[in-house]
Design a protein around this ligand. Structure first.
Ligand SMILES: [Mg+2]
Length: 403
């Protein structure tokens, strides 16, 4: 079986209400869905960050994958190795990294379908059949049409967690912070602990670099009484986080300061982080994450899955990654419950706070052609959605540190 053609479709799926973060507002998710066609009729599915600009890049690199057999998945992925390093051409290299991620995902999907085995069995074998999650909580603007959202302080967030806990069975949470002054967010954490106590097994915060090093040191010391699992990106860059970690002694995680393999050695030398968040996109693919996992084992840091509004193909690929990679030792958190819809036929489901791996071969999901068309049309009519800036506050400028 050989890959004979492809189709890359950008889509926009809205959020049920606008999600706030330190640098702006997330109103939807823009993704490119890749379908690889083969000479025997099987279709391989991949997903990656970005819209038409990324979708158009597959044509530029088609000589890297057209004619290749699914079993050559890692050979195809290796052709993009140079684009996984930090470069002054980052505008272009990152596009090719995202392209490589979708291609590798789709090749694994094809290989699994060809051999009748699941992706997890191709990349190491599962350690468990369900992947544990914590809730991902956001301060939100209100959706003016549906009245969903509007959480702007402790009471709203406590209610949001209660709803997600009831519906999905989560036993922990990550609170997206860096939106309000630190004292408001600290009171939100306090309200969550007061309301749910030890029922919250894991409690994370993620200010996305909004705090200065001094603010981060002060705030994390004040947050210690609430037993945080870790804080993601309290301040910017390796130097800042290294200072904060030394001063506070609380585990720190990142998906902003360490985003490529060449940044891992300085991170280890500077003792800057305990946890690196990975996904199959910005790390460049499943094989790249597996390579990082070996480094994590050798240098005694752990991994967690980075969530950034995945749709069902990419999200399920990350479930396979979680289930087969012991270095990914933290539960998954996801925007998915806030996304209005998906482009796969059977959207993800949670029970008892965990999401099961699908049973079918490859990634184990199928595209719903009507939804793919519907959200492609939405992308074409509304365009991409930048998550930076805030339309509700036109004079506001994102910057770090904010506080
Ligand atoms: Mg983060």
């Amino acid at each position: 079986m050989k890959v004979t053609g492809f189709k890359a479709t950008p889509v926009l799926v809205p959020m049920t209400a606008p999600l706030r973060w330190s640098m702006g507002v997330e109103t939807g998710t823009v993704r490119t869905v890749l379908e690889l066609f083969t000479d025997d009729g099987l279709i391989g599915l991949g997903e990656t960050y970005g819209g038409q600009e990324i979708a158009g890049r597959f044509e530029d690199v088609k000589q890297f994958f057209l004619g290749a057999r699914p079993v050559e998945v890692q050979k195809v992925a290796a052709k993009f190795e140079v684009f996984r390093t930090t470069s002054e051409q980052s505008y272009l290299t990152i596009q090719l990294r995202y392209v490589a991620a979708a291609l590798e995902m789709a090749f694994w999907d094809l290989l699994g379908k060809e051999q009748g085995v699941r992706l997890c069995d191709l990349i190491g074998g599962t350690r468990r059949e369900t992947v544990p999650f914590v809730a991902y909580l956001f301060y939100r603007y209100k959706n003016k049409e549906s009245s969903v959202g509007g959480e702007d302080g402790p009471a709203g967030i406590v209610e949001q967690y209660a709803e997600l806990k009831e519906k999905y069975g989560f036993r922990g949470l990550k609170l997206k912070t860096g939106v309000f002054p630190p004292a408001v967010e600290r009171e939100t954490v306090r309200a969550l602990r007061q309301s749910f106590g030890e029922q919250i097994e894991f409690l994370r915060v993620d200010p996305n670099q909004a705090w200065s090093a001094a603010t981060a040191i002060r705030e994390l010391n004040l947050l210690k009484e609430f037993s945080l699992e870790y804080c993601e990106d309290p301040t910017f860059n390796l130097e800042g986080c290294s200072q904060v970690r030394r001063a506070v002694g609380m585990p720190l995680a990142t998906n902003m300061a360490v985003v490529a393999m060449d940044q891992v050695a300085p991170m280890v030398r500077m003792n800057a982080f305990d946890v690196v968040l990975v996904d199959p996109y910005f790390w460049g693919g499943i094989t790249a994450v597996k390579r990082l996992a070996a480094v994590a084992d050798a240098f005694n840091f752990s991994l967690a899955i980075h969530s950034d509004r995945e749709l069902g193909i990419g999200h399920t690929a990350s479930l396979h990654l979680w289930a087969t990679t012991p270095s990914i030792s933290h539960s998954y958190d996801s925007h998915y419950p806030f996304q209005a819809d998906d482009i796969i036929t059977e959207p993800l489901r949670w029970s008892g706070g965990a999401c099961p791996l699908p049973k079918g071969p490859g990634i184990g999901v199928a595209v719903d052609p009507e939804k793919l068309e519907k959200y492609h049309h939405l992308y074409r009519s509304k365009g991409g959605r930048l998550e930076f800036f805030d339309r509700n506050r036109p004079d506001w400028v994102p910057r770090v540190p904010l506080w």
